[in-house]
Design a protein around this ligand. Sequence first.
Ligand SMILES: Cc1cc2nc3c(=O)[nH]c(=O)nc-3n(C[C@H](O)[C@H](O)[C@H](O)COP(=O)(O)OP(=O)(O)OC[C@H]3O[C@@H](n4cnc5c(N)ncnc54)[C@H](O)[C@@H]3O)c2cc1C
Length: 422
Amino acid sequence: MPSQNVIIAGAGATGLTAALALAQAGCKVTVVGRHIAPPPTRTVALWGASVRMLENIGIWQEAGAFAEPLQAMRIIDATGSLFKLPPVEFRSAELGLPGFGFNITNADLVAVLLASVRADSRITLHEGLVREITLQSAAIEVECDDGTRHGAALLIGAEGSQSPSRRAAGIQQRQWQYPQVAVTAVLHHRCPHHHVSTEFHTRTGPCTLVPMLALPDVPYRSSLVWLMDPAEAARRVALPAGDFAIELENMTQSVLGAFTIEGQLGAFPMRGMLVERFGRNRTMLVGEAAHAFPPIGAQGLNLGLRDVAALVDIVSSALAGAQDCGSDAVMMNYHRARVSDVASRTLGVDVLNRSLLAPYLPVDFLRGAGLMALASIAPLRRAVMRAGLAPQALPQLMRSAAKASTVLTAPGAARNRQTFRH
Ligand SMILES: Cc1cc2nc3c(=O)[nH]c(=O)nc-3n(C[C@H](O)[C@H](O)[C@H](O)COP(=O)(O)OP(=O)(O)OC[C@H]3O[C@@H](n4cnc5c(N)ncnc54)[C@H](O)[C@@H]3O)c2cc1C
């Protein structure tokens, strides 16, 4: 199988995962990216297919030691709507699974990926930023900010929202804003979370508590993602930590008891973005270079990892057929592989988010009827759970591990290993 050079622009979670997966698929990989540690308050819930992919590329065995299992999700209506709804709970056991996935800080995940990339002799890591990209007839050339140049058959744009690869490839995007800011924090709390993630639906968006790995002296920790209007976010972020903790405890109806805040709060303005093409001009876009939406249902990075898994399938079959992996036909195959999964998740999150923001009775009625149906119709609930975790047709890297898939089901490395399949 002939090897073809690939450049990956961006050393975040999607870029580093793409580097490891493509090197294992037989490509010669150069990563151009400067490591900027993600904010300590940001965590990602990764569903089973993503965990399996990270396991298949050999990093979950280490990253899993920093992750906390998620076994159930609970939605509590806190909109104050006339249609008062009972809480809805989704349990992984209903699907015959020991867990839905795991919650891990972005910083821990990226640190483990980066260490694996550094240790992989098939990958060259150029710690700089992409300055200019030039398309040639049979190659693409990237110039870094120190003047170094790299050439390849294919460029993977993984530089997040301001992607220079996207601009250079002439790929247009649709962008929009939400009147919301996500306030994030790491919380210590009095009561156990029982591996349940709890999402309060409020009039300004969801407020979600996601279980996190315990520390030796802190038995109960969770991460917070609280969507609220920008003025309220500015006020709350400026509060003394103790006052913020009291407002949060009131908001979350003391389900986890009193909170203390670990470190600083984070604040992220909410926006949406979707590209019109996922691949063009020897450039494939992955992760937030291609799509962005509010953190509802933990879809963003899971979708980004599916981009990576899909492009690995497509590049592998191009290599197997001795095809140019930067050709227009390969770009179109990648676009077709990603467009419906990404567009449907973007729309789903948008509709759910806007249904909370719109204070209209008919909208409340529809949302309430949907939640009531989920609470009472088990087959519907199971179908929604499966759809929320991943689409049915998965790329190769997200299917069963070559060897029996073992992931951690309890905090801490090498404790309680158990088979985990979706
Ligand atoms: C509050 C919040 C909570 C979230 N929770 C979840 C969750 O629970 N589950 C989930 O699946 N998703 C979640 N997400 C989404 C998830 O965090 C993102 O989808 C993911 O981090 C995007 O990763 P990325 O690698 O595509 O981009 P990024 O993380 O933005 O990485 C891009 C990298 O490219 C680098 N770069 C930028 N410009 C250049 C350049 N010119 N040259 C080279 N490199 C460059 C940057 O420095 C960075 O290292 C959440 C998002 C938010 C805001």
